[in-house]
Design a protein around this ligand. Structure first.
Ligand code: CAA
Length: 247
């Protein structure tokens, strides 16, 4: 079998890094997509190489732009081959109580965290269906499932991710392409560490496991969803949140 190609957006963030490393260990060719304004790419590549991950193909683009997504996927196909596994992971926060939230904070989060799924998935899903195999993994959030004060934009986008996942899963169910979502809880990444210390402490106090998740605990689930063994799972939202919210 030829080496499968996995395309990960937001690849150089905390979660993205763990997902890329997991996929590399699984033997996939990994395409690491990053925002053109991310200025630590060389440092990231050095760190990866020092940890033994030397073969990442990097592509730059803004996932909220469909033109950028077209270009990134074309570049990935040219340098790595057709995309078999897509992880829609790129995401941002612009936390504000709704009363104080500005329209640009709403728009930025919806376009980066939700419209990006249209932009990226559009580039690969029909080709996966034609080839009869594919995996689309969308990163939602516990806060898309339960809602979070201060995150009406983010909760709306991440709930949208779940709706998108369920609809597309049905459309692709007979084509060998699965579509699933992961709803992580609070993971020890830059995004979470940016929460004010006292607020973060009070959040951790409400988590039954009394700790943040490790990024690799999310990477492990992505590896499973991307595998052949997960072939019968589609349209699912997998909660992985230390018991913070139980459905
Ligand atoms: N429920 C209801 N009301 C709340 C509340 C809550 N959980 N938290 C705060 N409030 C109220 C406060 O009591 C306060 O009310 P008064 O003005 O009447 O006193 C008002 O809302 C303002 O609260 P803050 O003082 O906290 O306001 P702020 O402007 O300083 O901060 C905030 C607002 C930035 C949204 C801050 O509350 C915050 O960071 N909250 C955490 C949000 C969060 O969990 N973000 C997750 C980021 S990580 C991530 O998103 C990854 C993932 O997927 C999990």
């Amino acid at each position: 079998m030829t080496q499968r190609v996995a395309f990960v957006t937001g690849a150089m963030g905390g979660l993205g890094t763990a997902i890329c490393q997991g996929f590399a260990k699984d033997g996939y060719k990994v395409v690491a997509a990053y925002h053109p304004e991310f200025d630590n790419k060389d440092e990231w590549l050095k760190e990866m190489a020092a940890e033994g991950f030397k073969d990442f193909v990097c592509v730059a683009g803004d996932v909220s732009s469909i033109e950028d997504c077209q270009k990134m996927v074309a570049e990935a196909e040219a340098n790595a081959g057709p995309v078999d596994i897509l992880v829609n992971n790129a995401g941002i926060t612009r936390d504000k109580m709704f009363a104080k939230m500005e329209k640009d904070q709403w728009d930025a989060v919806i376009s980066t965290n939700l419209t990006s799924l249209f932009n990226m998935t559009k580039q690969v899903s029909a080709k996966m269906a034609e080839r009869g195999w594919g995996r689309i993994i969308n990163i939602s959030s516990v806060n898309g499932v339960k809602g979070q004060a201060g995150q009406s934009n983010y909760s709306a986008a991440k709930a949208g991710v779940i709706g998108f996942t369920k609809a597309l899963a049905q459309e692709l169910a007979t084509k060998g392409v699965t579509v699933n979502a992961i709803a992580p809880g609070y993971v020890a990444t830059k995004m979470v560490m940016a929460i004010r210390e006292d607020i973060l402490k009070s959040i951790v106090d409400t988590i039954p496991m009394k700790r943040l998740a490790k990024p690799e605990e999310m990477g492990g689930l992505c590896s499973y969803l991307a595998s052949d063994l997960a072939g019968y799972m589609t349209g699912a939202t997998l909660n992985i949140n230390g018991g913070l919210y139980l459905q």
